[in-house]
Design a protein around this ligand. Structure first.
Ligand SMILES: [Fe+2]
Length: 305
């Protein structure tokens, strides 16, 4: 059940939910045992020291978070992965301490950097369970908005950073989307790797994009959020009209507005037959660099069978 058809514009606004979306903060690593780098992480460490640490600045992330904190209407902060650089136990602990100090309740899914090499659950996602879950997909409710977190990250060979949503997650996602859609929830799906070709080279892409996109087309979703590309793109899930939003890496120091650190300021307002979704893309200083609004009709995306 969505809002009462006779509801006034102001009463609908009262039911609005505002969420922030950011991604890829790549926190500067703490001291890490050298033994943790006797694998693919070594290449990443070389890249971090030679290049990434000079453009991914914690001061930029801090400014972005300060800006998010100034928006008192926000209910939660959605983070689509790559909080760490090498996915070590030391970084998971550091990230947990960082998450516990954020100005808003975080909701987190992991990225490829968080699973750069095999790591036990106890030393990895167990540290973030308060803000994520032990099993995926998980759901967090903010009013009538349901945020569904997926895990697309897995250890991959050197020079690759692809992701996948396995069959078990897809099966659970299908029934979740169908149920939440029938109940009139606004379904916001979040994962690290974008389900669309050509946003990234194949070696960094979601390799089973066709399987996930056809599931989303069949069961519907109002919005899909991703990280990984470090680009503030607005497009659609492959083969569907479901909006797909990327975001600049939260630490990225760049002059290019599409690449510099940014966050998505989202407002969801219920209507009789769907959801009005408003997006303001802001850079880390709070400057809005684009604004758009659209209507998402739930009935148009009901499954055919
Ligand atoms: Fe990534």
């Amino acid at each position: 059940m969505l809002s009462d058809p006779s509801a006034t514009a102001s009463s609908r606004r009262d039911l609005s939910v505002c969420l922030a979306h950011m991604s890829d903060p790549h926190l500067p690593p703490p001291t890490i045992a050298w033994s943790a780098f006797l694998n693919k992480r070594l290449l990443s460490r070389i890249l971090w020291v030679s290049r990434r640490k000079h453009v991914l600045l914690p001061s930029v992330t801090a400014e972005l978070l300060e800006n998010i904190a100034s928006h008192k209407e926000l209910s939660a902060l959605l983070i689509s992965g790559d909080i760490t650089n090498f996915g070590t136990k030391e970084e998971y602990r550091q990230a947990a301490a960082w998450l516990s100090t954020l100005p808003l309740t975080p909701v987190v899914v992991p990225g490829n950097h968080d699973f750069m090499a095999p790591i036990s659950y106890r030393n990895s996602l167990a540290q973030w369970e308060t803000w994520s879950d032990s099993a995926f997909p998980f759901v967090r409710f903010f009013g009538r908005v349901a945020v569904i977190g997926l895990n697309s990250a897995l250890p991959t060979p050197p020079f690759t950073a692809y992701g996948r949503i396995d069959r078990k997650q897809r099966q659970k996602l299908a029934s979740l989307l169908a149920k939440l859609g029938e109940e009139g929830y606004c379904r916001v799906v979040m994962l690290h790797h974008p389900p669309r070709k050509k946003l990234l080279p194949f070696r960094k892409s979601l390799i089973n994009t066709p399987a996930l996109s056809s599931l989303l087309r069949r069961h519907g979703a109002e919005l899909v959020l991703h990280g990984h590309s470090h680009d503030a793109t607005i497009t659609t899930v492959e083969g569907t009209d479901i909006p797909l939003l990327g975001v600049g890496a939260a630490a990225m120091n760049s002059q290019n507005p599409e690449r510099r650190a940014s966050w998505n300021h989202l407002t969801f307002t219920p209507h009789e037959e769907g959801w009005q979704i408003r997006l303001i893309r802001r850079d880390h200083t709070g400057h809005p660099f684009s604004h758009m609004e659209w209507f998402s009709s739930i009935s148009a995306r009901q499954p055919a069978c």
